[in-house]
Ligand binder design. Structure first.
Ligand code: KIV
Ligand code: NA
Length: 264
């Protein structure tokens, strides 16, 4: 079958269907999520933390994410693959945004890109869309701006909610095909969702958005101290700990490899 397209996602909103997005950073997890029917895979700059071990998303580069994006595209056959534009790769100018996005599409095979920010990135969104690059926007807690926001905290409370709403409408008008709403009050996310024709994708934004996204290591229980908005659907850290200890014990005892793992 063919890949999911950005039009499929708008059509899903028209039908009132909710859908899941998960992050992916390698071919094997991409294949598992793709086979499970996840329609959109995000190669998030959260890779800075969960893949590369940094303590924020700021250090990760286009080159760091290109290789991961290419792996996710190779590992999937049905999902729309969205690549995050990392910090510093699009803020300077629409031209810089287009050069970065073109690398993700040409060198890695991404189908769309995501960038953070409201009205200040409207020129970038317009340039990308007119060049044929579908753009996912990202409002609320935008981790690339953590040093301006003063930490990872809820955004859009009180008056700043009106600004977020205005940003969302401007991004839709600029041609974005969807918008991530991160760590915002549920009632604001609901109002934004009702005001836009494009789908909203929530993370820490309550149950009223069109879609939901989680970082896969969070949803599988690999991250040690997940945020309040995370639900763990598995406990992979415990399972992997058990498995690797069992392997270590078998090696120490001479119980692995057994005859069936051995060539004669
Ligand atoms: O980088 C990321 O994983 C993201 C999602 C949490 C939306 O931007
Ligand atoms: Na991100």
């Amino acid at each position: 079958g063919r890949r999911v397209t950005v039009r499929d996602l708008t059509a899903a909103k028209e039908r009132g269907e909710r859908w899941p997005m998960v992050t992916a950073y390698d071919a094997m997890t991409a294949r598992v999520f793709d086979d499970a029917g996840i329609p959109v895979l995000l190669v998030g700059d959260s890779a800075a933390m969960v893949v590369y071990g940094y303590d924020s998303t700021l250090p990760v580069t286009v080159d760091d994410l290109l290789a991961l994006t290419a792996a996710v595209v190779r590992g999937s056959s049905r999902a729309l693959v969205v690549a995050d534009l990392p910090f510093g790769s699009y803020q300077s100018s629409p031209q810089q945004a287009l050069e970065s996005a073109a690398r993700f599409m040409k060198e890695a095979g991404a189908h769309a890109v995501k960038l953070e920010g409201g009205r200040r990135v409207v020129p970038q969104v317009e340039a990308l869309v007119s060049a044929g690059v579908p753009v996912m926007a990202h409002l609320g807690l935008t981790p690339q701006s953590v040093n301006v926001l003063g930490g990872y905290r809820v955004q859009g409370r009180g008056q700043s909610g009106d600004e977020l709403m205005a940003d969302a409408k401007d991004l839709e008008r600029a041609g974005a095909f969807s918008v991530v709403l991160e760590c915002v009050p549920a009632d604001l996310a609901e109002r934004v969702t009702a005001s836009l024709a494009i789908p909203t994708i929530g993370i820490g934004a309550g149950a009223g958005t069109d879609a939901q996204v989680l970082v896969w290591q969070d949803l599988m229980g690999l991250t040690p101290r997940p945020a309040r908005f995370v639900k763990r659907y598995a406990d992979l850290a415990t399972e992997m700990d058990r498995a690797v200890r069992a392997f270590a014990a078998d090696v120490a005892a001479g119980a692995f490899p057994a005859a069936e793992h051995t060539y004669s």
